[in-house]
Write a protein of this length. Structure first.
Length: 327
């Protein structure tokens, strides 16, 4: 493994990164005993998106469902945002939130999904999976798959086109999206039209050159990544027996998958695992679109949405989704 000087951050993103310094997710500050404090602090700083905000002035109808979870597990909450004033089935985005496997709920990150939904007349189904370390693997991915399977089975009742369900997520949500796509392929159901993986968290080994380069730098550095994976996998993290449904980079076969959109910043921990995952899809004869945003740190579009790089990174998945839905 060769890991030279870290790539530079985009100059326009620098003020946002500087403002994040001192926060628990900025380089080198996060420790495992901070998880509970981090959750409380995140909730205090970022109040959840309200139903009224989700409705967007009447553009969406909002409902919450509790659907059967994995065998022996609690029901899985689904937040469903359906376009108002539409008739007939519409495509859907099945959204899995980020948060390093340890943070967030089904309203985390939903604003970006609603932007896509408003643009293309989509239903958003957002899953509230159980978090690690309280619920280790396979709990989170099991919840996500159960919610997806229920959504597809009940698509007609929900006004969803069952043949055009796209799974989507960022960071941990991107990794879980990749995992349930593998699971659906292996089980033969449900059909998935595409997978939208935004800076996905794919590899528990945490040993790529980009992980080494970004130790102590940026947002969600190598140390934070180790904490997230250890919360999910315990002592198994990085060992020989981690299954692909926990860490999709471990999959031996990436053939037979639906089209993928994968993006990542050049200056973040997940760069090399995301690039490798796209390359392996191509090597298996699959369809993947890869974007590596130069100078982007993890989640830079959320920290600096007005930066030129962020605007491009927000526009690109929308363009991919437009082409996918026209197929």
């Amino acid at each position: 493994m060769i890991a030279g000087t870290p790539p530079p951050f985009d100059p326009e993103l620098a003020p946002a990164l500087e403002a994040a310094k001192g926060g628990p997710l900025s380089g080198g500050r996060f420790t495992a005993d901070m998880i509970t404090v981090l959750r409380a602090g995140t909730a205090a700083r970022t109040p959840p998106v309200t139903d009224d905000e989700l409705r967007r002035g009447g553009a969406f109808e909002i409902s919450t469902w509790h659907v059967p979870g994995p065998e022996g597990a609690p029901d899985v909450p689904l937040l469903i945002c359906r376009p108002a004033r539409t008739s007939g089935p519409v495509p859907a985005v099945y959204h899995i939130h980020g948060g390093g496997m340890i943070l967030g709920d089904n309203r985390t990150g939903i604003t970006g999904m609603l932007d896509l939904a408003e643009k293309f007349t989509l239903t958003v189904v957002s899953v509230d999976y159980r978090l690690a370390p309280e619920t280790p693997h396979p709990g989170p991915v099991g919840d996500c798959y159960a919610g997806l399977a229920w959504t597809a089975k009940n698509a007609a009742e929900l006004g969803i086109d069952a043949e055009r369900i796209v799974v989507a997520g960022g960071s941990a949500g991107g990794g879980l999206s990749a995992a349930i796509t593998l699971m659906a392929r292996d089980r033969g159901t449900p059909a998935i039209a595409g997978q939208l993986l935004l800076s996905p968290m794919l590899d528990d080994r945490n040993d790529t050159p980009s992980a080494v380069q970004m130790a102590g730098r940026g947002i969600w550095d190598r140390g934070a990544n180790e904490i997230g994976w250890t919360a999910l996998l315990g002592d198994a993290r990085g060992g020989p027996d981690v299954p692909a449904y926990a860490a999709p980079a471990r999959a031996s076969d990436l053939s037979g998958l639906p089209p993928a959109y994968i993006d990542v910043g050049s200056a973040e921990t997940f760069r090399d695992e995301a690039v490798t995952y796209a390359s392996r899809i191509w090597q298996a004869g699959g369809d993947a679109e890869l974007h590596v945003w130069p100078g982007g740190f993890h989640a830079f579009t959320g920290f600096a949405p007005q930066a030129a790089l962020s605007k491009d990174a927000i526009a690109a998945p929308a363009a991919w989704l437009r082409r996918l839905l026209r197929r």
